[in-house]
Design a protein around this ligand. Structure first.
Ligand SMILES: Cc1cc2nc3c(=O)[nH]c(=O)nc-3n(C[C@H](O)[C@H](O)[C@H](O)COP(=O)(O)O)c2cc1C
Length: 204
């Protein structure tokens, strides 16, 4: 019910924002687009899970959704590590308890691959590229009824080395985040973050 009320408010706001300059026909609105917007607006971080595992095929599809993200110069400077073994999930959780892996049944570690970037160093757009992939994975997980939370690793140099060591990552691979996931055992309401004041038209 909380979610329905939230969604009604959001859909109302989106309706105002997406009035398409007064011409509704230019929006391309359809049941499918409404479903996509609803999926975006109702995603929220989930940190408690039941013990039902996520099928490997589903995890692969989530990563495929990640790889559909836009990247600078289409470099796709990423690699993804799917972790489902309890021992590794627990080891990662011991690096940083707020990875929330205690009850998670899977994690996808999104990594930047510096060998796939134009300049081969940390200065390029790999963080943005991998972040776009991460959001795609979160949205796809939500669309499948799964719960997930983005847990940051890079640039926290207190935890990058431990994650690197545990996952045996080569030098050119940098773990950007751990996406903790599972079947939800919690149903938090999505946060309403919309603030009209954050939007500026034409200039500041
Ligand atoms: C870069 C980044 C790092 C984050 N790191 C953590 C984390 O270590 N642990 C955690 O529980 N949540 C983490 N989060 C999730 C945020 O706390 C969460 O997205 C935020 O509170 C907004 O809530 P929502 O995802 O439900 O909209 C992170 C999110 C981002 C984008």
């Amino acid at each position: 019910m909380k979610k329905k009320a939230f969604l009604a408010a959001i859909v109302g706001c989106m309706g105002m924002l997406m009035s398409c300059g007064g011409n509704e026909n230019t929006c391309g609105k359809s049941d499918a687009s409404e479903a996509v917007i609803e999926n975006i607006m109702t995603r929220t971080s989930i940190r408690k899970f039941n013990d039902v595992p996520i099928a490997v095929d589903t995890l692969n599809l989530l990563v495929k959704a990640g790889m559909a993200a836009p990247t600078a110069m289409n470099q796709q400077p990423w690699d993804f590590i799917i972790v489902t073994e309890r021992e590794m999930l627990d080891s990662l959780n011991s690096v940083k308890p707020w990875f929330n892996l205690k009850t998670a049944t899977a994690a996808i570690v999104v990594c930047g691959n510096l060998k796939k970037t134009a300049d081969g160093n940390e200065n390029g757009y790999w963080v943005q590229d991998c972040s776009a992939a991460t959001e795609n994975i979160l949205l796809a997980a939500h669309a499948y009824g799964l719960g997930a939370v983005w847990c940051g690793v890079y640039p926290n140099q207190e935890i990058v080395p431990d994650v690197t060591r545990l996952l045996q990552l080569p030098d050119s691979i940098i773990p950007l985040n751990v996406i903790t996931m599972g079947h939800p055992a919690d149903d938090p309401a999505p946060k309403d973050k919309f603030k009209q004041d954050n939007i500026h038209y034409q200039k500041w």
